[in-house]
Design a protein around this ligand. Structure first.
Ligand code: M6R
Length: 612
């Protein structure tokens, strides 16, 4: 959701900015722009639509004297205030045209600020909330851009990550963030900013994660950090260990299919960090999950989208293994609900990006209420990781596709590890049951590989079904939770109307929707409920729906009932979502491609939802 880049160094800035923006395309955008400060002063180019359009627009100018500076900022915009258009694209400038700003986030008091600034002579050209920032900085500008930014920050309400350049201070970029992600990269003779690490990796692996309301001033040869009072701060850099190739497609047609295939490795890495080869103990002491957590009386899980689906599975897992009362809450609902807290609550927050606005708000609310916070996230140094009491990282590597896949299955791996360990600490799970589950967890990466090796079966099925107008997923218990995720995957990238039902709810309403244009896929991995699922499948068949079942390879129970049966390796019933979701991810991917869509860039969606 909006991408920011900035460069100051010896290279021509424009190509570096465009390259950086390309690396951020996955975040979702509808227009793009750059500002370069060079011999010709501040030059801005922006364009509605794909980055390619902007690239083509400036291609002819490069080398012709235009846009030839070695410092600049760039932006991909995901419209919030004002339609996608050239004029609403960033960068935005002040009246004098000397200050340029790129912004990710929402300025909540922009209307009030705008009318005050108009009274002081500002002339607004766009409908964006961002433009007020440029005019406000200009209002406070008395020769020092840093001081002007500090004064402007005090007036801004809402969330922002900002890249700012000023024609009168042509040797520096100002970067600042509040509740929106921004990373600062430090190279040799060049320094950069970006919304996310992949945009920096070609130039450096050494990065600084800005804290809320912290300011970085980037010069070609140094970076200075300040707090919002303008006092200097010292900061430690982090070295990024993952390979730049991890953020490339590596021969796959799309990031999504690449990331689906990366799941066995991601699961293995996430597991091995906590259970050493040959060991049967879960080691979470290193991350601070010690015996003190056993005294907690309730687990509240909060997250959004796919991460919330992982949370629903978490609810079942915590209740089963640790016998602790658990709720799975949608973060955007939770934050406005005036919830009841208890200092004996474990608040488990799940987020791939660690930057989702609603998820962060729910966490801060719980923290204020006295709960102890555990974060499961994929992004080292993310806001979530920095603000939680304890962090467990999913070692999935960068997830670029908007549709989350490997983040989901590794989130589940973390949830199983924490819930099993809590069960051990609370003595609610016996030694044999614990060991059985640990051994079963260890088999999952290889079992995921086997499912992927048979992906052609899913592709064939998708080629027959991809035009179905309605696709429903149903299941019970862990299968219901996995159905929620399967339906989301299909709707977000194939635009098929897709829903998930707890199979027991079928007769309470959803069956009214079932007809001969419907495909119903039943996830059936809970043997105690096979009879019930069998009846549900017969009920939808009687309404002329096409039916498919995903079940274990040694189960023939559904062979005569369903039109199509897909088999997955046998695992323990509570761990099955890690496996059942993979054929559903593949099905969503193939449907998207067969419908001629780009699964990596679904319409209207952004990778990281950093505003409400
Ligand atoms: O980064 P987060 O895990 O906090 O993101 C939460 C959701 O926005 C995300 O899972 C979204 O639902 C994805 N598009 C799912 O594929």
């Amino acid at each position: 959701m909006c991408g920011i880049v900035g460069y100051v160094g010896d290279k021509e800035a424009a190509p570096v900015l465009i390259k950086g923006l390309k690396r951020l395309e996955y975040r979702g955008y509808d227009s793009a722009g750059i500002a370069v400060l060079g011999r010709a002063g501040l030059e801005i180019r922006k364009s509605k639509g794909a980055l390619k359009k902007l690239e083509e627009r400036i291609a002819g100018e490069l080398g012709e004297g235009a846009l030839d500076g070695s410092m600049g900022i760039g932006h991909t915009r995901w419209a919030t205030h004002g339609e996608p258009s050239d004029i609403n694209s960033h960068p935005h400038t002040d009246v004098s045209g000397k200050i340029a700003v790129v912004h990710n986030g929402i300025i909540e008091n922009h209307a009030k600020l705008k009318s005050r600034l108009i009274e002081h002579g500002a002339d607004f050209r766009s409908e964006t909330d961002t433009e007020v920032i440029a005019h406000l900085i200009n209002f406070y500008y008395e020769g020092d851009i840093l001081q002007a930014v500090i004064r402007a920050m005090k007036r801004l309400e809402g969330s922002y990550a900002l890249g700012i350049i000023c024609g009168n201070n042509p040797d520096r970029i100002i970067a600042v963030r509040k509740e929106s992600p921004l990373v600062v990269g430090t190279g040799k003779g060049e320094n950069l900013i970006a919304s996310d690490v992949p945009a920096l990796l070609e130039y450096t692996r050494d990065v600084y994660y800005l804290d809320d309301r912290e300011i970085a001033v980037l010069y070609r040869d140094r970076i200075e950090f300040y707090n919002e009072e303008g006092e200097r701060r010292l900061k430690e850099s982090h070295h990024i260990k993952w390979d730049a190739a991890a953020a490339e497609k590596s021969g796959y047609e799309h990031f999504m299919i690449k990331e689906i295939h990366e799941q066995p490795k991601a699961l293995r890495d996430t597991l091995r960090a906590r259970i050493k080869t040959g060991d049967t103990n879960i080691n979470l002491e290193e991350i601070g999950f010690d015996a003190s957590w056993a005294k907690m009386e309730r687990v509240i899980i909060a997250a959004c989208g796919t991460a919330w689906h992982a949370g629903v599975i978490g609810k079942y897992a915590f209740e089963k293994f640790a016998r602790v009362h658990t709720e799975a809450e949608i973060a955007s609902e939770y934050r406005y609900r005036n919830p009841i807290f208890n200092p004996k609550d474990i608040f488990l927050i799940i987020s791939q990006s660690g930057e989702t606005a609603d998820t962060l708000a729910a966490m801060r609310l719980a923290k204020k209420g006295g709960a102890r916070i555990i974060a499961i996230t994929n992004v080292v140094g993310s806001t979530l990781a920095r603000e939680a009491d304890l962090v467990m990282y999913t070692l999935a590597g960068p997830e670029i596709a908007v549709a989350s896949t490997k983040a989901f299955t590794t989130q589940l791996m973390c949830i199983y590890l924490i819930s099993l360990q809590l069960g051990r600490l609370r003595e609610t799970i016996g030694d044999t049951e614990l060991t059985d589950h640990i051994e079963a967890l260890k088999r999952l990466p290889e079992q995921a590989e086997r499912i992927l090796s048979e992906k052609e079966n899913i592709q064939r099925f998708a080629s027959l079904q991809f035009n179905k107008s309605k696709v429903f997923y149903m299941g019970r218990l862990f299968d219901y939770a996995a159905s929620l995720e399967s339906a989301l995957k299909l709707k977000e990238i194939s635009y098929t109307h897709s829903e998930a039902f707890a199979a027991g709810e079928l007769k309470h309403g959803p069956i009214a929707l079932v007809d001969d244009t419907t495909l119903v896929t039943a996830l059936c991995t809970q043997p105690a409920l096979f009879d019930k699922m069998g009846s549900n499948i017969k009920e939808v068949k009687a309404r002329f729906a096409a039916t498919a079942v995903i079940t274990y390879e040694d189960v023939d129970y559904f062979d005569k009932t369903a039109d199509q049966v897909f088999r997955i390796p046998r695992t323990l019933d509570s761990l099955s979502p890690i496996l059942t979701v993979i054929p559903c991810q593949l099905y969503a991917y193939y449907c998207s491609v067969l419908r001629g869509l780009d699964p990596d860039k679904p319409r209207n969606l952004a990778k990281s939802v950093t505003v409400e």
